[in-house]
Design a protein around this ligand. Sequence first.
Ligand code: NDP
Length: 240
Amino acid sequence: MAVVTGASAGIGEAIARRLAKEGFRLLLGARREDRIRNLAEELGAEARVLDVSDRASVTAFCQGVEEAQVLVNNAGGARGADLVVEADPERWRWMWEVNVLGLVQMTRALMPALERSGRGHIVNISSTAGIEVYEGGGGYTSVKHAVHAISQTLRLELAGRPIRVTEVMPGMVKTDFALNRYQGDQEKADGVYKGVTPLTAEDVADVVAFAVTRPPHVDLDQIVMRPVQQASAYKVVRRS
Ligand code: NDP
């Protein structure tokens, strides 16, 4: 079985669709129940409501999962683009609770099931924001740097056990990410992708599918992927 968090939209939804094609049985989680239920019905999967930032919700979600070969920690995102000295604590708290503590809680809760599978695989969707910084990105880059550190630490701590840890670090991907970051401001969100051919959610799903279908002795540690026009977070060559 493969468990995908944040499967109700964007990258998580694309990963769910792709892993279903690869023949995985799926357990999908997100807060928007109607969306995951519809997707699960379409894919012949199971869906359960999940708020990764809520411990009780994580426990209820993982209840009865005896074995899981794959856990994709995808739920996350950015809120705002505050300068550090103007940081809105509530937005920063949301980013830490979902991207970091949510990932840790899910990993912890599913560890026995991953181990029982005999060939577990944790895939953390972090970001190029996990290895780069930019002005206004202090909140988001700090949480994704934390995911980067946690992924490397986990790999060390799990060495010798049959569990792989892959960190996928995408640059710009066209999803609702920017719209959510800028609280529904469509114009601002469109500006992020202006003049660029961004990655698609399916491009990321493709890479995840490749990683989880390698033979069990092969661990793809870190995969950085970007649109060709984006050399770094602050060097994007846009078409005029
Ligand atoms: P979307 O905003 O389209 O999707 C975010 C997903 O996370 C939704 O399914 C949402 O579901 C889920 N989610 C948010 N909060 C919670 C929560 N508390 N509990 C459970 N699920 C939650 O963005 P993306 O698909 O682009 O983002 C997916 C991941 O990829 C994120 O971790 C993001 O940081 C990362 N990423 C995105 C990039 C991009 O450019 N788009 C680039 C690099 C990384 P619901 O609201 O139903 O709970």
